[in-house]
Design a protein around this ligand. Structure first.
Ligand SMILES: Cc1ncc(COP(=O)(O)O)c(C=O)c1O
Length: 378
């Protein structure tokens, strides 16, 4: 066969993180897989929260067999309403179910572009590695500002920039990916004040709600912004906190001032998303509507497990490195060089190329092995 038009396509480098996760999977159960942010149980199996199992059982009994197209404003089982309390009690929220938190972020970046294509879009670095690609697709310019200074989150550079110009800034909720370290309460207050004065836009990326802190911690952060007059759009993900990764459940939500704004945002969300998935949103809505208390207890248990794993790693690494295992939630970032990370892979230990370790992926009883292997490449 002769070349077709497809030969003209530019080639695209594979996603490093997903490639590494694939290699880790292929290496089998002997491997320590600390790559992508999945939570695994003590046997190394992908965890399914008990409350989610219950919701699946309840849905099975209801025998839902409705496979018709679903427009964006007909979410199943009141999905948007069921997630809204996690975002906050605001009278006029525009919501759309999306394909994971990624789809929500896409819809929100598009919203900013539709408001003002020249508005500076700011993100912090290091941050979520997929963000770059996502923003590139939107064709907006993004500017990265350093997130850490002397091993801790820092806001000075960010404040300097956002004081000057009305901007759209991408923030993560608690459980920062990849560092595991979050802004303090007073840093957040400063950000809210400056952004409010400029009437800037906060694009909140809430992908780990309830896993690094209680769920209300994120809700309160959103409220602080709204109270200061910041325009807020949330990209909420149900992937990790409902352990439903491949169901791709997410929600974009914009906190608007009145019904007219809410309708307008709804139209733009509708254009960005059009048709939605049903099964994942149905599961999340059932968890929230029928098993909400159990879900909160599940998250408390997961947070406690993650904390124990983190603490174990901290204790058994050499002191100087152990001190770097900061933060909470799924991730921590160790200052390892790429050669050391490659050597770890030869030892069947898979961590991200930037030194990010997904603590959630490693059972407590394998922390010692991980620490020993890290020590051997130092
Ligand atoms: C910070 C951050 N935001 C958003 C997402 C996207 O989540 P989802 O898998 O629901 O698209 C992730 C996923 O890893 C993430 O780490």
């Amino acid at each position: 066969m002769k070349h077709t038009q497809f030969s003209k396509l530019r080639s695209i480098a594979p996603d490093q993180a997903l490639e590494k996760a694939r290699r880790a999977k292929e290496a089998g159960p002997a491997a320590i897989d600390a790559t992508i942010g999945e939570i695994r149980d003590e046997h190394g199996r992908t965890l399914v929260l008990p409350s989610v199992r219950k919701a699946l059982g309840a849905l099975e009994r209801k025998h839902v067999r409705d496979f018709g197209y679903m427009a964006t404003d007909h979410a199943p089982e009141k999905f948007c309403e069921s997630v809204q309390p996690l975002i906050g009690k605001h009278p006029h929220i525009a919501c759309v179910p999306t394909e994971g938190g990624t789809g929500a972020m896409k819809a929100n970046v598009q919203l900013v572009k539709n408001i003002d294509p020249d508005m500076p879009l700011i993100a912090t670095n290091p941050g979520w590695s997929h963000l770059n690609k996502l923003v590139k697709q939107s064709d907006m310019d993004i500017r990265y500002i350093s997130y850490m200074e002397n091993g801790e989150p820092d806001v000075e550079m960010l404040l300097r920039f956002i004081r000057k110009k009305t901007s759209a800034v991408l923030f993560q909720g608690f459980g920062h990916n990849p560092t595991g370290s979050d802004y303090t309460h007073s840093q957040w207050q400063d950000i809210a004040k400056v952004m409010g004065t400029r009437r800037s836009i906060a694009l909140m990326d809430i992908a780990y709600q309830g896993l690094a802190n209680v769920p209300e911690a994120d809700t309160k952060r959103i409220q602080t912004l709204v109270r200061q007059g910041v325009t807020v759009a949330v990209a909420w993900s149900g992937s990790k906190n409902h352990t439903l990764y491949n169901e791709r459940v997410g929600l974009a939500a914009a906190i608007t001032a009145d019904e007219s704004e809410r309708k307008r945002v709804g139209q733009h969300y509708g254009e960005a998303v059009r048709i939605q998935r049903a099964h994942g949103p149905r599961i999340v809505a059932t968890v929230q509507n029928e098993f909400g208390e159990e879900w909160l207890q599940d998250l408390t248990r997961v947070r406690s497990d993650l904390f124990k794993r983190r603490e174990r790693l901290q204790k058994i690494l050499p002191e100087e490195l152990g001190q770097k295992v900061a933060g909470s939630g799924l991730f921590t970032m160790l200052p390892l060089r790429i050669e050391q990370i490659q050597k770890l892979e030869e030892l069947n230990v898979f961590i991200a190329d930037d030194g990010r370790i997904n603590i959630g992926g490693i059972p407590l009883n394998r922390m010692e092995e991980l620490a020993e292997k890290i020590k051997s490449v130092l």
